[in-house]
Ligand binder design. Structure first.
Ligand SMILES: NC(=O)c1ccc[n+]([C@@H]2O[C@H](COP(=O)([O-])OP(=O)(O)OC[C@H]3O[C@@H](n4cnc5c(N)ncnc54)[C@H](OP(=O)(O)O)[C@@H]3O)[C@@H](O)[C@H]2O)c1
Length: 345
């Protein structure tokens, strides 16, 4: 079948066949909730054990059989600074494979539109703040997550190249730091919000006298609730058809100290917050310029405090299994028969 020059596009409707890759993750589960709320009834999902996205032939079989019309690509190997710095080979290899397999299969099997999720870490370490989309590839990346960022840059370039050469309707979003239900609360690999929620919660539970923050606490971070991101994903899937990447954020940031104080209050921590200034601070500020998104007609709605309270409620309710390890779901493996074990291809 030849899809070269495919240009016409019809927006999703309630009976569209929509595949959410990575639906068990924080972002994928939020997109699933958002689409269900809109009344879409034909959502296609597979756990990792049903369809390993590293396996190119299994991914092609899935697309050939299921023929998804729309694809949200929210599957990726994701982690915090420590995980990125110690496993760069896996972050590079797995993300390149997942996105290459899914984007190519979507194109080959007639998907009408695909949304690729990148990340704000694709931008140079010293990009002018707030970071505009045009900062991409203007100078060196943050070394600690360079492998992950290079994979994500390859993904957005692949989406642009397939659009340019084949007329495939792929768009790419660059979300800021996210938090919310289904986040990874594993202390070894989590991002700043889940890491602080877990530490303050545990400190509050045992009446600890203090919690120590790495660094000075003065660095600034932009944080967005994942339900806002899911809303932006659906909005852009329906309303945006251009090759240029789009930043997705709140347009506001807080210091890590302010964030820690807020989480301390929410978790009822009564001790002191202490800064360990012998530890590195990281990039002083990371705020996305969201004027492109705002001009398209979308903005974030969930205030930080409200989002953190909701996320803490989720963490408490799911504390027994609130780690990435426990989020894995075992199931049958109909698309996995010829898979080479990890690290052998
Ligand atoms: N979290 C953030 O702050 C943030 C910020 C900016 C952008 N993003 C982007 O948003 C996307 C989703 O991130 P997230 O935070 O939702 O990550 P996440 O919670 O770790 O979810 C990733 C999902 O991908 C699935 N996956 C990974 N490898 C797979 C494989 N080989 N086969 C099948 N499924 C696989 C995971 O399956 P399992 O459940 O089996 O592990 C998981 O469901 C990523 O592209 C990320 O770059 C995230």
């Amino acid at each position: 079948m030849n899809f070269h020059g495919r240009t016409s596009y019809t927006p999703m409707n309630q009976s569209s066949r929509v595949y959410i890759a990575g639906h068990c993750g924080m972002v994928g589960s939020a997109i699933s909730r958002r689409l269900q709320t809109s009344g879409l009834t034909q959502l296609l999902t597979c756990t990792r054990s049903e369809l390993d996205l590293l396996n190119q032939s299994a991914v092609n079989r899935f697309f050939a059989n299921e023929k998804p019309e729309y694809v949200f690509l929210a599957a990726a190997k994701v982690g915090g600074i420590l995980a990125n710095a110690t496993h760069p080979a896996e972050f590079l290899r797995e993300n390149l494979l997942i996105q290459t397999n899914v984007i190519d299969a979507a194109y080959r099997h007639g998907t009408k539109k695909l949304l690729f999720l990148g990340s704000s870490c694709i931008y140079p370490k010293f990009a002018p703040q707030p970071i505009q989309e045009d900062s991409l590839l203007t100078s060196a990346l943050e070394p600690t997550n360079e492998a992950y960022a290079i994979a994500k840059i390859a993904g957005l370039k692949m989406a642009q190249a397939y659009r340019q050469q084949y007329g495939f309707n792929a768009i790419s979003l660059m979300p800021t730091n996210l938090y919310g239900p289904n986040d990874n609360f594993d202390p070894e690999s989590s991002h700043v919000v889940p890491a602080l929620i877990r530490r303050f919660h545990e400190a509050a539970q045992c009446n600890a006298a203090e919690v120590t923050l790495w660094g000075s606490g003065t660095v600034r971070r932009e944080l967005m609730h994942v339900d806002d991101l899911a809303d932006a994903c659906v909005f852009l899937m329906q309303n945006y058809d251009q090759p240029e990447i789009v930043n997705v954020g709140t347009g506001e940031d807080v210091t890590v100290q302010q964030l820690a104080e807020m989480i301390g209050e929410i978790t009822h921590f009564r001790g002191r917050i202490v800064q360990d200034t012998s530890k590195p601070d990281g990039t002083p500020r990371k705020l996305l310029d969201v004027s492109r998104l705002t001009a398209l007609g979308w903005r974030a709605h969930i205030p930080l405090r409200e989002g953190l309270e909701q996320t803490y409620g989720w963490f408490v309710a799911h504390i027994a299994n609130a780690t990435a390890q426990h989020r894995r779901t075992a199931s049958s493996a109909p698309y996995e028969s010829d898979f080479s074990p990890k690290g052998t291809t």
